[in-house]
Every structure is written in structure tokens, then in C-alpha cells.
Design a protein around this ligand. Structure first.
Ligand SMILES: [Zn+2]
Length: 475
């Protein structure tokens, strides 16, 4: 086919070369990425090496992004969306039987309680009222197996039947269980102190005749923060291409890769579009999400507050988080139209085609709830994105595909104080920024062939597909 139609193919190739996607891709400037990374690091260094919500470094980050965007007020409509986060820290806890401490973890968003001694009572999965009815659970420690519903649902039911606490034990042998009860939304309540255990320890508790003693020292703090939104003034506002990156770091570090890298690439893109006065067929909306690190709160808040009409205008959401790890892999979120909003698969294919075209290897990562796309997918908006790894160990076959070091974490500085300027691989970052610029150019120029939007019933938070909520297990 190619040989027969070579003339036509060449013509098509030249069209592609002159496309907005190619034009934008060529404008990625590593020096600019580096300067911005240095600036973000400087902001963190003035704030005890963090840009986490509630810190001076966080405010500094918000101001920095807003200041750079305001230089292009003629090009963008700029706004922000303020919301509250309930931040939880577990200061101390213990579970013991007959004076012996039991191996347990404390679930985030557990309310505090002083010393309690209570009978342990099994409630099966603890997902239905039926699991509690006919059991005298009042003042007892409910013991449920993991599975069937969210941890939050289990803790709510235990509360509604006046249990004093809850143990959730793992459904597979060998491992303990740690997770979060809720998303850290504004209002957190109606839960009981909740502990995680291994399957073995949980069953021991169920069969124990002794009473169980426990306490939970847990503190809550309300923090106000905001998402920053910039939308091109031109383009069709009924067909929006939305790009998102989270702007906050964890408390433990400056977050230069996580997610300085993603938020800087978006900032570099914003400036490039404006400085070159790029006009596109479809509108471009760029969002820097806050409070990702405490449970994807900013992105969920944004997606949940869209009216039906506004929701339908967003054709797709592309999420960019951790683009430049030293021991990187090129990872694509594995969108699947059978379970994700229709169009997600096409986004995945677009990324793979780009890597393949550039002779680069890539892998897929499951869409299991760890990143900011979740809120959008749950509102039936097609989603996709790329990353370069996290705390997992790199496999031998991944080393063969991407270089680097096998059996070492993709990011040895994941959520640590050393996620600094040394925690960046500029080749990976440049490559991924080019992909992001290219993809944006392509979708902003045309969404022909991309599935039209439909609202399907909002997927429940208990969607078993999203077993994580950010870093923590949720189901
Ligand atoms: Zn991140």
C-alpha cells in the first residue's frame, strides 16, 4: 500500500510535519524546565524543604504559578478554586490482647479514642447492615475481613451500630493491611477508630476469648488550599482539552520530581502557547491541582463540582505526574474503554504511537486509583496520562527496555527529602514534555474521530477498580 501510494503518503507526511503537534513539540526547551525546577526548589528551601499543603512552600508554589500565568492575561482566563482539606495525623495507637501488643496499623482518618477494653466480634465483610443485625455489637470491637466494599463503608456501618472500634484484616495471607478511610474531604465524621491486620492476626482475634484493649491518638487539622485554572480565551469552549498536574508535594520533601516535573511542564506549555499566540480549534484548559498527596482531593473536588453542562464540554482529561525519574520507565496509564470512560483507550494508543514513532519502549500501568484522573473518570470523562515510575522496584526486563538499575526503586527518593534537583533525569523529562506538547497540539487542533461525550451514571466511589485513593489503599 505504502509503495503504491507513496506520493500521497509523502504529502500526508508533510502535512503531519507542519502540524501544530509537531510545531509545539519542537518548542520544548530543557533550559526553561531546569530554571523552573531550580525556582521550585528554592521555594521549598525557604519552607523547611517542603511544598505540602499548609506550608509556606505551598503558598509560594501557588503564587509562582499564578504570577507566571498572569503575564499572559490576554491569552488565558485565569481563575482559582478554593476548598478545604481535613488533614489527619495519627500520633500513636496500640492494640493488645492479654497485655501483649498485636501487630496492627492505624487507618488514616480514624477518630481518636482513649483506652478501650472490649470484646472482639466478627462481622463477616461488614459491608451490609445484615452483617450487624442480630449481633450484640454495641461497645465492642468489630472485626471484618477486607473486601466487598470500601474501608469507609465498613467503618461507617460499625459506627452506626455503636461499635467502639473496627479491625479490618487482610484477605490474603502474609501481609498486614494499611489504608485510608476517606478522601479527606471537608467533613470527615461518622467513623470509628480502625486498625488493619494480617489475615492470620485477624483470625486469631476472631477466635480469641480474651478482651481486646486499644487506643488511637489522632489529630485533625483543616487546611484551605486551591486549584489554579487557566483556559485559552480562543478555541471552542464546548470542546475542551483538559490537562492536569498536581502542584503540592508531600510533607517530607520538596517534591521536585513529584510533581514539580509535571507542574513545570504544564507551566512551560502555558507560556509557550501564549508567547507564540497559538490559536487552536478547541479550547485548552490547564489545571494545577492541589492536595493530591493527601488523597487526590483537589482533582476530585474539581471534577465533582462540574455541572452536567460543564462536564460535557470536557472532551478528555490528561494527567501528568512524575515525568523525570533518574531510574525511569516510560509508563502509560492503561485506559480500557470496557471499564474506563470511552475514549480512554484511544488516548493510551496515542501515547504508545508517539513513543513507538520515536523508537522508544513503553509499558502500561494499571488505572487503580493512585492518581488525579480518578475524579474525572468517575464523572465519565475520558482520561489518560503518563508517568515514569514511583516507589516500586525496576524489573530486569524494564532495565533492558529503559536502562537504569534493576532491583532498585524507580524513585529512591519517592516522597522523601531527597526528591530534589538531583532527582531529575532531563532526557526523560524532555522526551515526555515533547510527548505532552505533541499530544496537546494534536487534540487541540482536532478531535475528529475521538468519541463524543456522554454522561453515564457517576461511578460510585466504591468502584472496586479503584482500590487505591492516592498512595493509600481504599478498598
Ligand atoms: Zn504525584
Amino acid at each position: 500500500m505504502r509503495l503504491v501510494y507513496w506520493c500521497w503518503c509523502l504529502a500526508l507526511a508533510s502535512v503531519t510535519l507542519g502540524s501544530l503537534a509537531e510545531e509545539l513539540e519542537a518548542k520544548v526547551n530543557v533550559v526553561d524546565l531546569r530554571l523552573k525546577a531550580e525556582h521550585l526548589f528554592h521555594i521549598a528551601s525557604l519552607s523547611n524543604n517542603t511544598r505540602a499543603i499548609g506550608s509556606i512552600g505551598h503558598e509560594g508554589t501557588l503564587h509562582y504559578i499564578t504570577r507566571l500565568l498572569r503575564e499572559h492575561q490576554g491569552f488565558y482566563d485565569i481563575s482559582s478554586q478554593t476548598f478545604n482539606v481535613t488533614f489527619n495525623s495519627i500520633r500513636d495507637y496500640q492494640v493488645s490482647v492479654d497485655g501483649q501488643a498485636v501487630n496492627a496499623s492505624a487507618f488514616y482518618y480514624s477518630p481518636a479514642t482513649g483506652n478501650v477494653t472490649a470484646r472482639a466480634v466478627a462481622v463477616e465483610l461488614g459491608c451490609e447492615e445484615n452483617d450487624y443485625i442480630d449481633i450484640d455489637i454495641k461497645g465492642c470491637l468489630a472485626v471484618a475481613q477486607r473486601g466487598g466494599c470500601t474501608f469507609e463503608r465498613k467503618a461507617q456501618l460499625a459506627k452506626s451500630f455503636d461499635a467502639a472500634g473496627l479491625v479490618i484484616y487482610n484477605s490474603v495471607p502474609g501481609e498486614g493491611l494499611k489504608g485510608t478511610l476517606t478522601r479527606g474531604n471537608d467533613e470527615v465524621g461518622g467513623l470509628v477508630p480502625t486498625f488493619g491486620m494480617s489475615l492470620e492476626d485477624g483470625l486469631k482475634l476472631v477466635n480469641s476469648v480474651s478482651e481486646v484493649s486499644f487506643f488511637m491518638d489522632s489529630a485533625f487539622e483543616k487546611i484551605e488550599t486551591r486549584n489554579i485554572i487557566a483556559e485559552t480565551k480562543t478555541g471552542d469552549h464546548d470542546n475542551i482539552v483538559l490537562l492536569g498536574s498536581h502542584l503540592d508535594s508531600v510533607e517530607a520533601g520538596p517534591g521536585i520530581n513529584d510533581n514539580g516535573s509535571g507542574s513545570i511542564t504544564l507551566l512551560h506549555l502555558a507560556q509557550t502557547l501564549a508567547e507564540n499566540n497559538i490559536q487552536t480549534e478547541n479550547s485548552i484548559r490547564l489545571i494545577w491541582f492541589s492536595a493530591e498527596e493527601v488523597g487526590l482531593i483537589g482533582s476530585s473536588f474539581y471534577a465533582d463540582s462540574l455541572t452536567e453542562k460543564e462536564n460535557l464540554k470536557i472532551r478528555l482529561m490528561l494527567d501528568y505526574d512524575m515525568l523525570a525519574l533518574p531510574n525511569y520507565a516510560f509508563e502509560i496509564y492503561e485506559g480500557d474503554d470496557l471499564v474506563d470512560p470511552v475514549g480512554s483507550q484511544q488516548i493510551k494508543n496515542k501515547y504508545s504511537e508517539w513513543y513507538a514513532l520515536h523508537g522508544l519502549n513503553y509499558t502500561f500501568i494499571p488505572m487503580d486509583g493512585r492518581l488525579d484522573y480518578v475524579g474525572f473518570a468517575q464523572q465519565s470523562i475520558p482520561v489518560g496520562g503518563i508517568a515514569t515510575g514511583a516507589e516500586k522496584l525496576k524489573l530486569l526486563e524494564e532495565m533492558e527496555m529503559f536502562g537504569g538499575v534493576a532491583n532498585e526503586s524507580f524513585d529512591q527518593c519517592y516522597h522523601q527529602t531527597c526528591d530534589n534537583l538531583q532527582n531529575l533525569n532531563y532526557n526523560a523529562w524532555e522526551t515526555n514534555s515533547k510527548l505532552i506538547f505533541n499530544t496537546l497540539g494534536s487534540y487541540a487542533e482536532s478531535l475528529n474521530g475521538f468519541p463524543a461525550r456522554h454522561l453515564v451514571a457517576t461511578k460510585s466511589l466504591a468502584d472496586l477498580r479503584y482500590m487505591y485513593r492516592g498512595d493509600e489503599l481504599f478498598i
